[in-house]
Design a protein around this ligand. Sequence first.
Ligand code: NAG
Ligand code: NAG
Ligand code: NAG
Length: 369
Amino acid sequence: MFLSYLLAGWELVGLAGAQSTYPGYELDEPMLRGQPPRTSTSAMLRFGCSQVVIERLDPLVDPGMAPSSHMHQIVGGNAFAATMPLSDIAELASCTTCHFKEDLSNYWTANLYFKARNGSYKRVPQIANQFNDGDNAGITIYYTSPGPGLTTAFKPGFRMLSGDSTQRESDNLGNRTQQCYRCYTAENWGGSMYPPCMDPELDTDHFPTQPCVGGIRSNIIFPLCWDGKNLDSPNHKDHVAHPVEGPAAFPVVSGQCPDSHPVKIPQVMLEVMWDTRAFNDPEDWPEHGSQPFYLSNGDHTGYGQHADYVFGWEGDSLQKAMDNACYLRNCSMLSPIEPEVKNLCQVPVTVEEELDAWLDELPGGGTGV
Ligand SMILES: *[C@@H]1O[C@H](CO)[C@@H](O)[C@H](O)[C@H]1NC(C)=O
Ligand SMILES: *[C@@H]1O[C@H](CO)[C@@H](O)[C@H](O)[C@H]1NC(C)=O
Ligand SMILES: *[C@@H]1O[C@H](CO)[C@@H](O)[C@H](O)[C@H]1NC(C)=O
């Protein structure tokens, strides 16, 4: 297989055999199989952030509410709280579960639950993603920029939301979907060599309909354009926008921003790995043949996956990484932290909730809000 196609500035080569084609490519981590080789000046950070806490808080959608409407899995700095001010989060946090010491941001998504035939729910554990050995579960974070000066890093206090927890239908965006699930059909992330959301068979914007031998991955992509003024907006979305060509696939950062949102920001993507292996026995699946998973917001379709981001990089560290062709975890201007160290960063649980028991209902009742 030797596909080669151009995705607005990123040459996606594929899939197998690419490593020997591009000089320097062999230096990169093996996850690059199926990922685009960069142009020499483009940047793509990819790094793991361990879990910092799992709880029913949501400082964006339900500020000050403890508990919030549904459970989240949260990573990043220890300034995460029910209320997060529009100030410099990097100054409020003292540690982070992210690979780079400079990233004290917070990132969170819905959790996944399995519903047994008897109606009980169990949380599906997250596991460390591929190439993030040593991480305590968590979320993998990507930031991409097509070259020096071509994106403007977020300002202190900035936050945004991608997705809609009430959504129960497809956006019909195909491979430009802003959230998708990868069904791994073999252990150890096997079965697909496509970039996230690009596999026409194994990537779907709804939950996989069949058991996934190697687990389920969830990817959520954020918009590329900012109004240049507001750190937030009432729905946490209106201050950012998609390019005029429409929502951009990952990793495409070269779209034209609309006049209303003229500032191009780095493309942020989150990746969550759920270990569904304990829940793959067809005997445990619904008798009528549907799939057994729910998001913590009560969504049985998967379309309602969403992610929240509160920017918290120190100073101009993210801008420097974007402007200096940082690649994956290779970034001389940032300071890596060993997993054993970053895993010690924790946010104390304020809303006690059974995390691993069988439950009669989803925490918060799974009302879909
Ligand atoms: C890391 O980046 C530097 C500077 O861009 C480059 O010279 C080096 O080859 C890269 N190392 C790896 C392992 O990719
Ligand atoms: C429901 O089924 C699960 C899986 O078989 C089992 O572990 C759990 O104890 C059951 N719960 C109740 C309330 O029977
Ligand atoms: C995305 O899907 C369209 C058709 O829906 C296809 O023509 C195009 O090649 C796909 N792009 C990639 C990068 O796979």
